[in-house]
Unconditional design. Structure first.
Length: 81
C-alpha cells in the first residue's frame, strides 16, 4: 500500500513535513522564483502597480521547488509511484 500526500498554495511549512512523514509520494505546489522576479520587474517597468504588488507578495505564501524538495527530504518521503 502506498501513502500519498499533497499540498497546494503554501510556503514551506513544518505541518506539511509532519503530515508527509514516511509517505511514498508528496505532491507539493511550487513556483519558480526567478520567473516571478521577471514578472515583477516587467510590472514595475510598465507601471502596473497592482501586478507589481501581487508579484512581490506571492513568495510569502508559495514554496519554491527547493523548499518543496527540502520538505520531502526532511519528512523522509520516498519516490515510488
Amino acid at each position: 500500500m502506498y501513502v500519498r500526500g499533497y499540498s497546494g498554495d503554501n510556503a514551506q511549512d513544518q505541518q506539511i513535513e509532519k503530515f508527509a512523514r514516511g509517505a511514498d509520494l508528496l505532491i507539493h505546489e511550487a513556483l519558480a522564483p526567478y520567473l516571478l522576479a521577471i514578472m515583477h520587474r516587467a510590472a514595475n517597468a510598465i507601471g502596473n502597480s497592482t501586478l507589481a504588488e501581487i508579484t512581490a507578495d506571492v513568495p510569502d505564501y508559495h514554496a519554491s521547488p527547493v523548499d518543496a524538495a527540502e520538505t520531502a527530504r526532511a519528512a523522509g518521503v520516498g519516490h515510488r509511484l
